[in-house]
Design a protein around this ligand. Structure first.
Ligand SMILES: *Cc1c(COP(=O)(O)O)cnc(C)c1O
Length: 361
């Protein structure tokens, strides 16, 4: 069986270092907001090419706190892609704002810069874009438009650690870059975790307070904060994995190339462009008989996933949230997309095998 994901296997190369880090943290006896978190924040900021980074408890919290730090009037509108993981939209709602869905470019699956302008209204305050599946959005036109219309930009980088646009890593293009370290992500912890990257020391300080009961000085509370802290154990593991993130991404890119070169043209493959250095959090293809293809692959011992089976506007939780409910491109993607195995634990032979089986479908 070729698994879709095996997290024990994918983390095995780091086990010995993780055990040392675990023992050190245990001995130190300091488990929340200590030197591991500070060290990781510095290293991850450096990696992303930004001056500031603050660790938080999850990717969802990173998105919520980024919006809260920008301090928009309640009920203002945030533009989000119509095809994203539900967390992006939940973050807007939890921040007391209104999500407005914008359809994607059908070739990149990322928010379509040409459609953003039409969605901007008098109450629009921000664009929350998602670098989906590990491919950067087309940042130049988005940043230009945001600047012209006075909109803030938050990047949901949960699927794009290390992805680049025109040679620059994502996370520092907008006002905030929000990251998740959920175990399956390219930079995954052994539990939950997240971080917010930014270029602005004042905004970064806001995140630092918001994540810790509104306080950066014990027992003095300046903001209505929450408890959303990255913990010392996870930060220790993440610092270790971060030193190997480029290697993880390179491995996934090598596997992606095997799919890109080998899969027959019946499958719609991910777009590749000179502007984008993709890190393939997911390698998706599209096919009109997706469900039959998935069954066929399972019959040949290849496990796949669907990211995602139900579009956000069709989720039960989202009933009544959106003014309009017709998002044909998002529907088309959700109905046809299939995610193939592509992890640090997979070998090139595994992928050649999947290609061989796929091409007989
Ligand atoms: C994983 C993910 C999140 C949420 O991250 P958590 O750490 O699970 O809260 C947000 N947005 C996108 C696009 C994701 O893939």
């Amino acid at each position: 069986m070729i698994e879709f994901e095996n997290l024990a296997q994918a983390n095995r190369p780091f086990f010995e270092q993780y055990k040392e880090s675990f023992a050190e943290t245990m001995e130190r006896g300091w488990f929340i907001l200590g030197e591991n978190v500070r060290h990781f924040e510095q290293e991850f900021a450096r990696y992303c090419g930004v001056p500031h980074c603050t660790g938080v408890a999850s990717g969802l919290d990173a998105l919520i706190l980024a919006l809260r730090a920008l301090d928009f009037p309640p009920g203002n509108e945030v533009l989000v892609p119509s095809n994203t993981y539900i967390a992006t939209i939940l973050a807007v709602l939890h921040a007391g704002l209104k999500p407005i869905l914008v359809e994607p470019d059908i070739t990149t699956y990322n928010i379509d810069p040409r459609r953003i302008e039409d969605a901007v209204g008098p109450k629009t305050c921000a664009i929350m874009l998602v670098h989906l599946y590990g491919k950067s959005c087309d940042m130049d036109p988005i940043l230009k438009l945001a600047h012209r219309r006075g909109l803030k930009v938050v990047e949901d980088c949960a699927q794009a650690h290390g992805a680049k646009y025109k040679g620059r890593r994502v996370g520092g293009f907008g006002d905030f870059g929000a990251f998740s370290f959920y175990p399956t992500k390219n930079l995954g912890a052994l539990g939950d975790g997240g971080a917010v990257a930014s270029n602005d020391p004042r905004l970064d300080a806001m995140i630092g307070k918001l994540r810790n009961y509104g306080s950066d000085r014990k027992y003095y509370n300046e903001l209505i904060g929450v408890n959303s802290r990255l913990d010392e154990l996870q930060a220790g593991f993440l610092s270790i994995k971060l030193t190997r993130l480029d290697e993880i991404n390179a491995h996934k890119r090598k596997l992606a190339q095997i799919y890109l070169d080998g899969l027959k043209e019946d499958f719609i493959k991910p777009a590749v462009s000179a502007d984008c250095f993709d890190v393939y959090y997911i390698f998706n293809i599209r096919h009109s008989r997706r469900d039959a293809l998935r069954e066929y692959l399972l019959g040949h011992e290849v496990k796949t996933e669907i990211h995602y089976p139900v579009p956000p506007h069709r989720q039960k939780a989202m009933q009544g949230v959106f003014d309009k409910n017709s998002f044909p491109l998002s529907e088309e993607i959700h109905a046809t997309t299939l995610s193939l195995p592509i992890s640090y634990a997979h070998s090139e032979d595994d992928i050649h095998r999947v290609v061989e089986i796929m091409n007989k479908f």
